[in-house]
Design a protein. Sequence first.
Length: 401
Amino acid sequence: MQDVFIYDHVRTPRGRGRPDGSLHEIPAIELVTQLLEAMRDRNDLDTSLLDDVVIGCAQPVGEQGGVLARGAVLNANYAESVGGQQLHRFCASGLEAVNNVAAQVATGMASAGIGGGVESMSRVIMGYDSGAWVADPSVALHNYYAPQGIGADIIATLEGYSRDDVDAYAAESQRRAAASWDQGNFAGSIVPVKDVIGDVVLDNDEYRRPQTTVESLSGLKPAFPGFADMGFARVAKERYPQIEELSHVHTGGNSSGIVDGSGIVMLGSAEFGKAAGLKPRARIKAWASIGSEPTIMLTAPVDVAKKALKNAGMSKDDIDLYELNEAFASVVMRFMNHLEIDHAKTNVAGGAIALGHPLGATGAMILGTVLDELERRDLNTAMTLLCAGNGLGTATIIERV
């Protein structure tokens, strides 16, 4: 196995995932194309040195299907020799794509590649790719299927998190994201998105609400009692009979935002770096993916972190920064509590509650964010991880070089 290095990363800003969002008129393939062009141009990259581009997507149907990665490679005028692969691991797709490229390089089967993800949630609606897991009654019954929002409220119920607890976490995410933007901490990685005539349509994460407080969040109605009334509360109680009543504490304000966006990461061997004239920024230390209990489907981060640490021969205290996707406030709170990790080293730049969660893209985006934070804070190691649909989880550990 040879070392795998991260040479660069870029992302789009996140646009609100609805018809009046700034990125609604930009298809997913164009979001990836513009990032590939930026990656090439800012690194003066000879694209023939790359072997593969792997793009994750959580709804790989319609205009987001058809091996979008290969289409974007050609659309960006990369060398025809560069392959393309589309990958689907629900919300962990973008990070899994990075790990896929890392595995190709580590085994010597490739010299370099780009991994990342994309999601246009305003154009390809969440749920189009439901599959038997959701839509086949026999499969759903066997797995005690319930929507993710019910799973988040199950966590809050079992762990004893109050509405004030999750709102306090969400308000802090907004504060950190606002500070990161005010200080220009995202500037080096953001690629403004342009329309067909070259005008910039978005250059900032438009979902964020910097004036958010616990008090303003307290006025929002719980988001998931409707699912409970459809029968999913009964499913939750059958799977967890110790629950008397679900505590519905999650709202649109303490859950991840629906947005459009894309992010990519360029990885390669030491030899690739020399050939391309690039200096590595970090090394991929280890990665892992697991399955976990599928009804809650949001508890995997604890165990996948342990697996990744074991693969790396490290302990949790060896990690300087943790970046866990904020699918719901209770997910990150449970992770920090169970692993006894300080909030001061977790999601230090804010997260998806404040900035939004473009499903298949988020893993690559937050890996780049935590690398930038390592450099800015002069720290060494970080772990990026996500929970994902149907009880999946993925993690990646990096170290600066």
